[in-house]
Design a protein around this ligand. Structure first.
Ligand code: PMP
Length: 300
């Protein structure tokens, strides 16, 4: 996949520059130690024809918090960076796009002044990151990182080596994606998405603690409340998950995507008849600012 070409414009520290000409310091500690923070955001062409960034405030609140948790000095307002995102979309003639802000550091180990931090924002056109079809998922041999060894609620670059290892393992073994457990062996999340399942008309998802509390996860929880779908946040094992009627991943890049099977065991309900499908369509309607008519989705 080519993320940019010679005409692509990105935001770097208040300036709009060509991606192909932008520079970074090879001695920077972000490159050496993964000491950087990023976000993943989507812009949609909404029902009114306007391009809107979905939950931009929430993403930049998390961006700030991610930086603060690892003591990266943060000196931006949401407004400033959201304006920069829209400008990047406009300068690249993009409507539906994935937006990637990245906060990174120069080669100064102590970082005393906020001015020493860099922020870049780029965007690229990206379809559903895990595809549209149902996923064959395997329980990863990699656990999610120890919450006592790292600020796991910080969307920090270095943490994603864990995600890369888990996805690589799954793909090498012929699966589409991995599912990672926490230190106690409870289900945590996917490498880049949160997990939900449906059982007997109820939706269940792990509570905050060993997961990145996703913004899409929060949206799905809101949709359950609006649609009167009972929802529980609690710990569960893969044994329980395998008895579910359906399961799905959700995240900004993945949106809502159904699971076909876990470790080769298929979920009980056809996706088309699941609450997962209802929530998938409700999510799509929400990001596009369309009315959602639940009766349009047939659930057996
Ligand atoms: N978990 C992990 C580990 C992630 O990287 C992501 C993607 N940011 C998510 C969950 C989903 O988060 P969001 O819905 O905010 O994109």
């Amino acid at each position: 996949y080519s993320y940019y070409n010679e005409n692509t414009i990105i935001y770097v520290d208040g300036e709009y520059v060509k991606a192909s000409e932008a520079k970074t310091d090879l001695y920077g500690q972000s490159l050496h130690y993964g000491y950087a923070v990023f976000e993943g955001i989507r812009a949609y062409k909404t029902a009114s024809g306007e391009v809107k960034i979905f939950k931009a405030e929430e993403h930049f609140d998390r961006f700030r918090r991610s930086c603060e948790l690892i003591h990266m000095p943060y000196n931006y307002t949401n407004e400033e960076l959201i304006t920069a995102c829209y400008k990047v979309l406009e300068l690249n003639n993009m409507e539906e796009a994935y937006i990637r802000p990245l906060a990174y550091c120069p080669p100064n180990m102590t970082l005393k002044a906020a001015s020493e931090m860099n922020v870049m924002i780029c965007a690229w056109e990206w379809g559903a990151y895990l595809g549209e079809k149902l996923l064959k998922v395997m329980t990863s041999s990699y656990q999610r990182p120890n919450p006592k060894a790292f600020k796991i609620e910080s969307k920090s670059a270095g943490l994603y080596i864990n995600s890369i290892l888990a996805s690589q393992e799954a793909k090498t073994k012929g699966f589409d994606e991995a599912l990672l457990l926490d230190l106690e062996g409870y289900v945590a999340e996917g490498p880049g998405a949160n997990i939900f399942f449906e059982k007997d008309g109820k939706i269940v998802t792990p509570p905050p603690g060993a997961i990145l509390p996703g913004i899409t996860r929060a949206t799905v929880i809101e949709l359950c409340q609006e649609l009167n779908i009972p929802l529980e946040q609690r710990l569960f094992t893969t044994d329980e998950l395998k008895t579910a009627d359906c399961a799905f991943f959700c995240g900004t890049a993945a949106e809502v995507v159904g699971l076909e099977s876990l470790d080769g065991q298929a979920f009980a309900k056809p996706w088309a008849q699941s609450l997962g499908k209802v929530l998938q369509q409700a999510y799509k309607a929400r990001v596009l600012e369309k009315e959602f008519d639940r009766s349009s989705v047939k659930v057996a």
